[in-house]
Design a protein around this ligand. Structure first.
Ligand code: MG
Length: 301
């Protein structure tokens, strides 16, 4: 049941950097993506086409995208760019984006506070973008946030996960990433959700997106592996402290996942030393240290 091979979707350049307050220079972002690709990652979330005043860190998305689209061997069909709405989608398309990531959440309050609309309104916006995608042959990845808990609603959220997933699948979304936005999930929660979700969703369409707030991200990966889930979102160096979660911890670090997979003899195709070097460069620029234990072991070893 445990997959022999796992896909890693590197979200550092978007989800990681988005939550870092200090601005990273455009050239460093481009170099970061080059380094991640050279380390063996083929699926990298490159940036987000959002309003510059909303997320100043990503106000250079067109420039970053244009530069990295020239990286030799980087397949843009595998590299999503996050778009929040039709405006972002149009900007992404003019830049030459081939794969987009769209998002919603299982919590009414989270959607309201984050994107100022209800779950239904967010699905409506998302569906308008998805219809354009299918016309223009653009593939779609979907994010569902707060699946395991919400900063405002707690562990039991108000939305209907099944309805959201089915809507996304109907819209042609080819992969759905289930997000533990504040990192509160336990392996038991993973079992509960996957027992349910996999009844109406093909296993190969599900990815997991964990945060390491309570040091349970890897335990949750292992619980998901047992269900045959073979796609995980990670961020190099563990960058991207979630603004809603307590503590400083962010996304599951790419380094931590690679190390576990290697020890479990699960194929992943990524070079750990090169990931550590890639994230160390960016972290140096930010003046911060990686919270990933594996990163620390390799960097100081
Ligand atoms: Mg995240």
């Amino acid at each position: 049941m445990i997959p022999r091979k796992v896909r890693i979707i590197e979200v550092g350049p978007r989800d990681g950097l988005q939550n870092e307050k200090k601005l990273v220079p455009t050239l460093s972002k481009i170099e970061f993506i080059k380094d991640l690709h050279a380390a063996g990652l083929s699926e990298i979330e490159l940036t987000s086409f959002v309003r510059a005043d909303r997320i100043p860190q990503l106000n250079d998305s067109a420039e970053v995208f244009s530069a990295v689209s020239k990286i030799d061997g980087l397949d843009l069909n595998k590299c999503p760019v996050l778009v929040p709405n039709m405006r972002g989608f149009e900007n992404a398309i003019s830049a030459g984006v081939k794969r987009v990531a769209l998002f919603t959440a299982t919590s009414e309050k989270f959607n309201k506070n984050n994107i100022n609309c209800t779950i239904d309104e967010s699905l409506k916006k998302l569906s308008a973008v998805a219809k354009e995608c299918s016309k223009q042959n653009i593939s779609i990845r979907g994010y569902i946030s707060t699946v395991f808990g919400c900063p405002y609603e707690g562990k039991k959220t108000s939305g209907d996960l099944e309805r959201i997933i089915k809507t996304l699948l109907d819209l042609g979304v080819d992969e759905i990433s289930l997000g533990d936005t504040i990192g509160v999930a336990t392996p038991r929660d993973i079992e509960k959700i996957l027992d349910n979700v996999l009844q109406y969703t093909p296993t190969k369409k599900i990815a997991m997106h964990f945060h390491d707030t309570y040091s349970r991200a890897l335990a949750n990966v292992y619980a998901s592996l047992k269900y045959g889930i073979a796609a995980y979102d990670t961020s190099a160096g563990g960058m991207g402290g979630c603004p809603y979660a307590k503590g400083a911890s962010g996304n599951l670090a790419t380094e931590d996942l690679i190390s576990l997979l290697t020890e479990l003899d699960i194929e992943h195709g990524v070079n750990l030393d090169l990931i550590v070097k890639a994230s160390a460069k960016v972290l140096d620029g930010l003046g911060s240290n990686s919270l990933s234990k594996v990163h620390q072991v390799v960097a100081n070893g």
